[in-house]
Design a protein around this ligand. Structure first.
Ligand SMILES: [Zn+2]
Length: 452
């Protein structure tokens, strides 16, 4: 008997966390924090696990909505063994401390005991790591069941992996966040070469018409000429990016285009934790599926945002600024910089990825010159004088690629997670139309699905 229970991330981007009870072996897939919620509301509903076997947590990748609730899971269930790829473990070492300090500011500690720094260090040391394509066994003292597990490079960010579980000949594959095609640095996912029985797949881009997404190279050309136009007019370009994944891809893209004389050579500014993550990309450049293996991201000349005395320096000479967060969440660098940019008519804000509708980034991406926008309840309305342009450099599969995944892996059962309602509806309807014999489930948070 297999039970699948989403603790978060079903029908939403959310706090991804999916529980599997496979013949009394308890396996949790991902353990994320909801990016738009705060305090205890941002955590998956761990209470639902209280009477269930819990043995392992396997993490697909180190984005906050897949990893950051890990310390809170382990606080509640200290016996659970954690397994990730070596690269995800390396990133977790950099990002988990930050996750704790954010939550510390948001909640009353009498309500929930928070980790100390030393405890987080211990937790990170306790993470067991397995490389992609290395088989390992999951078992429990309470069950005779042995499960073979294997990570497959998911091509999404450094260390990202799909997770394959083999149970007495039955196979479950969880995509995590998956990208089948090349970005500038990462070169796309590996898939299992065997038939799958149950596919649990992300649907982030399910609601996005793929005809509006250029292929990567075409988008690089459009992006490069747009940057040149701003720079040649003496302006500066602000590009909001996630410190993990998007920063490295965009930094490498801009630098390689400068080397090819496709983008005018100007100062590039970066900052924050991203520079440390660059090093993880560099150390692992011969290990993961990668293009441009010779390119060392840390060697790309970059000026530090952290060392700036005044943001006005960014406008003295044309420059390109890569600042997190990617969705311009309140009080982050990109959010604060955007407010400066709004007043500069020669400069531009270029978005490069998905914006959750509830974020300031989404409001900015929908605005144009002359519009008046209000970023948060605390902010006043401002008029946009700079240029705003949107680009799509996707690290997720397009929606047709999710369908091709079903075609290739040929599962009888497909469980759709990690996408909003519209996204899940499109993918679900398309799968049913094309494969009428398959069973499709739109997973619902806190509701179990049972299989034989
Ligand atoms: Zn991700």
């Amino acid at each position: 008997m297999i039970e699948f229970l989403p603790l978060g991330g079903a029908g939403e981007i959310g706090a991804n966390c999916y529980y599997l009870n496979i013949n009394e072996v308890g396996i949790i897939l991902d353990c994320g924090m909801h990016p738009q919620l705060t305090g205890l509301n941002s955590l998956p509903k761990f209470e639902l696990l209280e009477d269930k076997p819990t043995d392992y947590v396997l993490i697909s990748h180190a984005h906050q909505d897949h990893l950051n609730a890990l310390p809170f899971l382990i606080k509640k269930f200290p016996h659970i063994k954690i397994i990730t790829t070596p690269q995800t473990r390396a990133v977790a070492e950099l990002t988990l401390h930050n996750a704790i300090s954010i939550l510390k500011r948001q909640i009353d500690e009498s309500e929930f005991e928070i980790y100390s720094r030393d405890e987080v260090d211990l937790l990170i040391k306790s993470i067991n790591y397995k490389s992609c394509n290395e088989k390992f066994v999951l078992s429990s003292l309470n069950s005779d069941q042995e499960i073979e597990a294997e990570f497959f490079d998911a091509g999404h960010i450094i260390g990202s992996a799909g997770i394959l579980l083999r149970i007495n000949g039955q196979k479950i594959f969880f995509t995590g966040d998956i990208n089948l095609f090349s970005q500038t640095i990462l070169s796309g996912a590996d898939l299992p070469e065997e038939k799958i029985d149950i596919l649990i797949t992300e649907t982030t881009y399910g609601a996005t018409d793929s005809s509006v997404i250029n292929n990567w190279e075409k988008e690089v050309d459009r992006f490069s000429s747009a940057i040149n136009k701003v720079i040649n007019n003496g302006g500066s370009v602000l590009i909001p990016v996630f410190a993990l994944g998007k920063l490295q891809e965009m930094l490498a893209t801009i630098w390689l285009q400068m080397q090819r004389n496709k983008i005018t050579n100007v100062d590039i500014y970066t900052g924050g934790i991203g520079n440390k993550i660059n090093r993880i990309y560099d150390y692992n450049r011969y290990v993961v599926n990668r293009n441009e293996k010779e390119l060392v991201i840390s060697d790309i000349p970059q000026k530090s945002l952290n060392e700036l005395k005044d943001f006005d320096e960014l406008f003295k000479f044309p420059s390109i600024v890569l600042a997190s967060s990617g969705m311009m969440v309140e009080s982050t660098n990109s959010f604060m910089l955007a407010k400066r940019w709004f007043h500069k008519k020669d400069s531009a804000i270029f978005t490069v990825g998905y914006m959750d509708p509830s974020t300031p980034g989404s409001i900015i991406s929908k605005a144009g010159r002359g519009d008046k926008i209000q970023l948060t309840e605390r902010d006043r309305k401002v008029e946009i004088r700079c240029e705003i342009k949107n680009f799509r450099f996707s690290a997720h599969s397009k929606r047709e690629e999710i369908i091709s995944l079903v075609n290739k892996l040929n599962p009888e059962i497909i469980i759709l997670v990690h996408g909003d309602k519209e996204a899940i509806d499109w993918v679900g309807a398309s799968v049913i139309k094309q494969f009428p014999d398959k069973k499709v489930f739109a997973a619902v948070n806190y509701k179990s699905i049972l299989f034989d």
